[in-house]
Write a protein that binds this ligand. Structure first.
Ligand code: SF4
Length: 302
């Protein structure tokens, strides 16, 4: 089967740095043990399992970062690439924990922007995903002045004075197409807004490449974890902008012959937290796949 390997795809610079920092910490015998990650370093369970082999404990990701700290009394805590609020840093220091911060520079830039805008008296609308750690960290930069907006219902529920100075900013891993539509709705309600789109370059390049390079494909696979925001946005843009059938798969084991029925060309991309060997395995399997004689991928139960 013809396979289009979309590039760029997979690990971004923020993830590469965060993973390398975590491994260096684990290799350093002078670093206090145990070593915890506050949440998942990146949203990919393959990576979490690999970090566990270094003795790094990833804490449950469903609670807030602030609450997760309650389960740590000593040792080292690693803050993830998604960034944490000042309150989390303060609480960790007050507990006497050794802190390692792997916040991506692009996320840090958004935090700095929010602090500056808040100091100048702005109300800030942060377009982002509820339950994702990045908004939690960003909102903590100016409690009471930053409002999380995921969709139009959040916009409708806002009650800001007509005279308020309003700025709009975004989570780094969103899609510019979705974000532009929501910003247009915000502008209808608050015409004087200032807009600072903070979708990172790595996310934008991967999305634009996915839309452009899947043009000739009959079906598209995004390799990524179901919890990964940027992987899910890749699915959205391929479906909504390239108008192609698209599947989010965790690994080669999720591929089913019915997904490939009638397809002659398939395109493959990956979220920025997906290890490259997982994606390469998908590409290799598809390259040798014969639609006339469909077979299940290795280790797949019928
Ligand atoms: S997706 Fe963007 S913001 Fe997030 S870690 Fe990667 S480069 Fe940084």
């Amino acid at each position: 089967m013809k396979v289009i390997s979309i590039t760029p795809r997979g690990f971004c610079y923020g993830v590469v740095d965060a993973v390398e920092m975590a491994k260096q910490v684990a290799r350093d015998p002078s670093v206090p043990r145990p070593i915890y990650i506050l949440g998942q370093l990146v949203h990919n369970h393959h990576m979490i399992e690999r970090l566990a082999e270094y003795g790094i404990i990833s804490l449950d990701n469903t609670a807030s970062r602030l609450d997760l700290l309650d389960s740590i009394d000593h040792g080292t805590v690693i803050f993830t690439a998604h960034g944490v609020s000042p309150q989390v840093k303060e609480k960790a220091r007050a507990k006497g924990l050794h802190c390692v911060d792997t916040t991506c520079p692009d996320v840090q830039k958004t935090h700095d922007l929010i602090r500056q805008l808040a100091a100048r008296g702005y109300q800030i609308l942060f377009i982002g995903r509820k339950g994702h750690p990045e908004p939690e960290g960003a909102l903590g930069e100016a409690p009471g002045q930053v409002h999380l907006v995921q969709d139009e219902s959040d916009l409708a529920a806002l009650d800001l004075p007509a005279t308020a100075k309003i700025a709009v900013t975004t989570q780094t891993t969103l899609s510019r197409w979705d974000t532009e539509a929501l910003i247009a709705r915000i502008r209808e309600r608050y015409p004087g807004i200032e807009v600072y789109t903070e979708i990172c370059q790595a996310t934008q390049l991967r999305q634009e490449a996915a839309v452009r390079q899947s043009a000739e494909a009959d079906v598209v696979f995004v390799v990524g974890d179901v919890r990964s925001s940027n992987s899910n946005r890749l699915v959205d843009v391929v479906r909504d902008q390239a108008h192609k059938p698209v599947y989010l798969i965790d690994s080669v084991r999720d591929i089913r012959p019915e997904m490939l029925a009638g397809a002659r060309t398939v395109a493959v991309t990956a979220g920025s937290s997906t290890p490259s060997d997982i994606t390469r395995e998908v590409i290799r399997f598809l390259q040798q796949y014969d639609p006339e004689h469909p077979v299940l991928p290795p280790s797949t139960s019928p």
